[in-house]
Design a protein around this ligand. Structure first.
Ligand code: ASP
Length: 343
């Protein structure tokens, strides 16, 4: 009799365990994945950030097989209009939710997805999976890529092996790490590259690589009490870039840090550089990145001495994120330069 009772109990527990699905929260911020237009053929000229999170979830009933899903609308914007305010709201909500769920999926426009991903990678305080996902074609288009991307993102966020990998992007069956991922095509479905961590095939997750830079729980940054972020802007250098008017105007209007999209390995037109040297003396922080798609930036010893910081291999928009966060903690140029190596 006792044996029979134990068997029944074991069966009952087993059945319950088999049913226990991971909990995944989907936080929606807008973008083309929530985009809509009248023409099924249109992949440009549509309005991004229209459909609500529930519509996105209902469009993929198969999500239920992967996880217990909840949805929340954080914002509904074209990500070219992303703001610090939305970033802070999103990061704070993620940090709250990460103690309650197994993973988070963030639907996001693709234009600035790499910036949001890197920001979260530096400020979230959990090992659990956080995955950004978007679409290159609006939800109304023939062969819209959003539903499959969303399915993949949830599969990834629900996968136990995704723990500790830092914030990730799931686009076009690829898993890409937040630090290095870049949008590399304006319209193709295969629009993201760099930071390849693995693949998602038919809902199965395969990791083949890892990100060695510090992230999430191992960073120096804490946004929990912040209401704003320091103003950091980006300036390009180019032939005949001589006046420095923009740098001066930005500084006079409250910009605390500038990222220069230098030419080659971080060169800056001399005339522009002279203006920057002057602004460095007045307290501006300057990180030098490159307008070239990949590679390290070399800042010479003389330039280092006067305050120029190498953004290493971070592109200008990612360097901006790090400089901004660094400035929430310190004004020490040496410390900031160290963090560019660390993150
Ligand atoms: N402009 C859109 C956005 O970033 C593009 C997209 O989502 O693909 O919101």
């Amino acid at each position: 009799m006792r044996k029979l009772l134990l068997c029944i109990m074991a069966l009952f527990i087993g059945a319950n365990m088999a049913e226990a699905k991971p909990k995944v929260a989907i936080l929606a911020t807008g973008g083309t994945i929530a985009g809509s237009t009248d023409s099924k053929l249109a992949t440009t000229g549509y309005t991004a950030g229209v459909l609500g999170v529930e519509v996105l979830i209902q469009a993929v009933p198969e999500l239920k097989n992967l996880a217990d899903i909840t949805g929340e609308q954080i914002a509904n914007v074209d990500s070219s209009n992303m703001t610090d305010e939305i970033w802070l709201k999103l990061a704070k909500r993620c940090n709250e939710l990460l103690s309650k769920v197994d993973g988070i999926v963030i639907t996001h426009g693709t234009d600035t997805m790499e910036e949001t991903a890197y920001f979260l990678n530096l400020v979230l305080k959990s090992d659990k999976a956080v995955v950004l996902v978007g679409a290159m074609r609006p939800a109304t288009a023939i062969s819209a890529d959003g539903p499959k991307n969303l399915y993949n993102a949830v599969a990834l966020a629900a996968n136990p092996n995704a723990k500790g990998k830092g914030v990730m992007v799931a686009m076009n069956d690829k898993i890409l790490g937040a630090r290095d991922v870049q949008k590399t095509h304006t319209l193709n479905v295969n629009a993201f590259d760099f930071g390849n961590l693995g693949y998602i095939v038919d809902g199965k997750v395969f990791f083949n690589s890892t990100n060695l830079k510090a992230h999430t729980k191992k960073t120096d940054f804490d946004i929990s009490k912040l209401k704003t972020l320091p103003k950091v802007d980006i300036l390009y250098t180019y032939s005949n870039d001589g006046s420095g008017v923009a740098a001066k105007a930005l500084f006079e209007n409250g910009t605390k840090g500038l990222v220069i999209a230098g030419s080659g390995a971080g060169s800056i037109h001399t005339a522009q550089k002279e203006v920057l040297k002057d602004l460095l003396k007045k307290g501006l922080k300057v990180a030098v990145s490159s307008r070239v798609k990949s590679g390290f930036v070399a800042v010479g010893d003389e330039d280092k001495k006067i305050g120029f910081i190498s953004a290493q291999d971070l592109n200008p928009q990612k360097a901006r994120v790090l400089l901004m966060l660094a400035l929430t903690k310190t004004n020490d140029t040496k410390k900031i330069a160290e963090w560019f190596l660390k993150y």
